[in-house]
Design a protein around this ligand. Structure first.
Ligand SMILES: [Fe+2]
Length: 331
């Protein structure tokens, strides 16, 4: 028995195919507009907002920087029905009103992972809130995590693509977008023939598999409020590490005539590439700490986060990379 999800959920399809099911969280006080009006201003820089986007090919990662709506967050919430705006909140569980929700979602996901044999607990689980004006579009992209999306208000069409389809997202795009060296996803209408399209209403949830591209078109009738939880499993973390290392190899080693096999393809040695990631990240972090001791201000950029970005890896890791490549024979 799940606390947040209905029993029509399909554990066997996790990270393989998208599917729709029911959720039990309608009426949860954290998602009421009154609570959102209090919680969002308190979450500070975790709240990003922009004009409502109108193109499936827009750059979602930079919308809050490039497409500002000229309003404060309070004005944006108050006028969301008419201002064609889009609000994304990263990590609402940092507000006390969402803490318990985050805990029970993680418990449900842990139960699902045990049911399909992908692990015991979700890693790096983080909630997102999305509040959008009627008619707003979320451009085509993928999330770099496994994802459950839950609808609370308004209706929308959600198009989701199965992962690892080269005709939708190429191996190079998977690598560059995961490594954040390229934040713009290509969209072309002919990809739509591969979409699973869901008509999404309050009380429903959708599983978006890891690396599954997707876009969203909000309905014209009402403001949309939805919540997602992103998380890693052991498998998705290893794929992500291999994708970042592949991006690094492709950019750094091209001049030597080497090109790596795509991740999740025969002979790609994903386990070895994934194993190389913490070594490279550790070396980059060590260099960053030494630089900070010597030149604190100049080296502030070298601080490593949860995921080391591709550009930082490229700057720090060439000797290790070349040694690793020779060891693996992967290039
Ligand atoms: Fe997404």
């Amino acid at each position: 028995m799940y606390q947040c999800f209905n029993n029509d959920i399909q554990p066997g399809c996790l990270d393989k195919s998208p599917f729709q099911f029911g959720h039990r969280l309608m009426g949860h006080p954290a998602l009421e507009l009154g609570n959102l009006a209090t919680a969002l201003p308190a979450l500070g820089e975790r709240v990003m907002y922009s004009k409502g986007l109108s193109s499936l090919g827009a750059n979602l990662d930079r919308a809050h920087l490039d497409d500002q709506n000229g309003l404060s967050i309070e004005e944006t919430i108050e006028q969301i029905r008419t201002t064609q705006s889009y609000i994304a909140v990263r990590g609402p569980e940092h507000h006390p009103s969402f803490k318990d929700l985050h805990r029970v979602m993680c418990e449900d996901i842990a139960q699902l992972m045990r049911a399909n044999g992908t692990g015991q607990l979700p890693e790096n689980a983080e909630m997102w809130l999305f509040i959008a004006s009627p008619g707003a579009i979320t451009p085509f992209h993928f999330d770099r995590f496994s994802n459950f999306l839950l609808q609370f208000r308004g209706s929308k069409e959600v198009a989701v693509f199965e992962p690892w389809n080269d005709e939708v997202i190429t191996p190079l795009q998977y690598e560059a977008y995961t490594a954040r060296n390229d934040r713009q996803m290509d969209w072309a209408d002919e990809k739509d023939r591969f979409a699973h399209k869901f008509h999404f209403h309050p009380g429903q949830a959708i599983h978006i598999p890891f690396l599954g591209g997707h876009y969203v078109k909000n309905g014209p009738g009402d403001v949309s409020i939805s919540m997602a939880i992103f998380y890693d499993t052991d498998e998705t973390r290893r794929f992500k590490q291999a994708l970042v290392i592949n991006d690094l190899i492709r950019r750094r080693a091209a001049r030597f005539g080497w090109q790596p096999n795509p991740v999740n393809s025969p002979g790609s040695l994903d386990g070895l590439k994934s194993g190389l990631y913490p070594v490279v990240k550790g070396a980059a972090g060590l260099k960053g700490r030494i630089l900070r001791l010597a030149r604190p201000a100049a080296s502030a950029h070298a601080a490593g986060g949860l995921w080391l970005h591709g550009a930082e890896l490229m700057a720090e890791s060439e000797p290790l990379l070349l040694g690793g490549l020779r060891m693996m024979g992967a290039a």
